[in-house]
Write a protein that binds this ligand. Structure first.
Ligand SMILES: [Zn+2]
Length: 245
């Protein structure tokens, strides 16, 4: 009896974690990605999710499942408490990278950035849903912004992902035939500039030159102030949900 009590107490005291798992796919491209992820000696995806687990007070464990589903999509399911990243979506991104980039190195960077930004975007939906963060306004914009703020604080690798994600939205915008004004997401052009202006607001010295080629000076000036306000508001909003409080 005492043993059971001790065990249940220990289980209760364990902080909730995000666990990454990989379901064996059927198609060859999916299988190649599956092998690369599951044999990764650095367990990179799990390490990234550990950083998120360590930062936030999740109320329960959350799964990130890489699987083949036949859908070119990724999503957070609030009733199942999981994020699904499909190999089908990743195959689509890799084909897109090969079509739009001239070298293999560029294609790998582009595809990696697009996939990891999407993972962080879905993870942001999951954090908002699991912790019941009271986001107002458009949740798709909030998920992009939350993901971008986390990646901006994650050092050079986070910045590299954001650069590639901005590039990906730019490519999608150029290839877009109809503008889906009814969509719950902002337009790809807007998603591109939202990321770029947050990057500039976070590190004006690093990104000033490149951003000044595509954004008017008066908008850039506003973006500096905007970043500080957003950082303050996210930090204040997240106080009850972050560890160490
Ligand atoms: Zn979304």
């Amino acid at each position: 009896m005492v043993g059971w009590l001790l065990l249940s107490n220990l289980a209760w005291a364990q902080p909730a974690r995000i666990k990454v798992s990989f379901v064996q796919p059927q198609r060859p491209v999916g299988r190649a990605m599956h092998d690369a992820f599951s044999n990764d000696p650095n367990r990179g995806l799990q390490t990234l999710m550990d950083v998120v687990s360590n930062e936030f007070k999740l109320p329960r464990n959350l799964d990130v499942i890489f699987a083949e589903t036949g859908e070119i999509n990724c999503w957070y399911n609030p009733s199942k408490h999981h994020v699904v990243m499909t190999y089908d979506f990743m195959e689509f991104i890799i084909k897109d990278a090969v079509q739009n980039k001239s070298t293999e190195a560029e294609a790998i960077q582009y595809a990696t950035g697009a996939i990891l930004f999407t993972l962080m975007h879905e993870m942001s939906h999951a954090l908002i849903g699991e912790m019941d963060i009271p986001v107002v306004g458009r949740e798709e914009d909030a998920a992009d912004e939350f993901a971008t703020m986390i990646l901006l604080d994650a050092g050079p690798q986070g910045h590299e992902i954001l650069g590639s994600a901005a590039d990906w939205f730019g490519v999608m915008a150029r290839n877009q035939k109809d503008m889906a004004f009814w969509d719950e997401h902002s337009l790809d052009q807007q998603r591109l500039f939202n990321i770029l202006l947050l990057m500039y607001g976070h590190s004006p010295d690093t990104y000033g030159t490149i951003v000044s080629q595509v954004v008017p000076r008066n908008r850039m000036a506003k973006a500096l102030h905007e970043y500080k306000t957003k950082e303050h508001r996210w930090n204040k909003l997240l106080i009850p949900y972050t560890r160490g409080n």
